[in-house]
Design a protein around this ligand. Structure first.
Ligand SMILES: [Zn+2]
Length: 147
């Protein structure tokens, strides 16, 4: 359990911003935990959106039990067709899971860059992540889930 360095409320592992007082945490003061990454291809076998979503829920549960911190989902993209639908539905589900605190956060592939935003903060906290090639390609066909 981690406590906010400002207000003392509990904050979730992997989060650098306190959700109670919105203050940024000094990451050198946070306890380090082992960092494990995993990639899951939701497109494999060209599933229906429904099947892909069921797989998403299962994989998130499994990853949490395995102590995975960062789960990269491959869902494909496209303005029409299955890839686009799966991507949209996945992110809707992730929004809901984030609300229910089942996941810490997620970063859409097109915003997953070591140069800005939440991914930049993530790389600062987990330097080993800078090896992730997805950080360099703005890939809209993936979503990175922080557990
Ligand atoms: Zn706080």
């Amino acid at each position: 359990m981690i406590l906010c360095q400002v207000c003392g409320n509990e904050i979730s592992m992997g989060s650098l911003i306190c959700r109670f007082c919105a203050s940024e945490q000094q990451d050198h003061l946070l306890p380090k935990s082992p960092f494990l990454q995993k990639t899951v291809n939701l497109e494999r076998g060209r599933p229906s959106a429904e099947t892909a979503l069921r797989r998403l829920t299962l994989e998130i549960g499994t990853a949490k039990r395995e102590g995975i911190r960062l789960l990269t989902l491959i869902h494909g993209y496209g303005s029409s067709g299955k890839g686009g639908v799966i991507r949209e539905e996945c992110r809707k589900s992730l929004d809901y899971m984030r609300l229910r605190k089942e996941i810490c956060d997620y970063i859409p592939g097109e915003e997953y860059s070591s140069k800005a935003g939440p991914a930049k903060a993530l790389v600062r906290r987990y330097p080993q992540l800078s090896q992730d090639k997805n950080l360099k390609i703005n890939n809209p066909g993936i979503t990175v889930v922080i557990l």
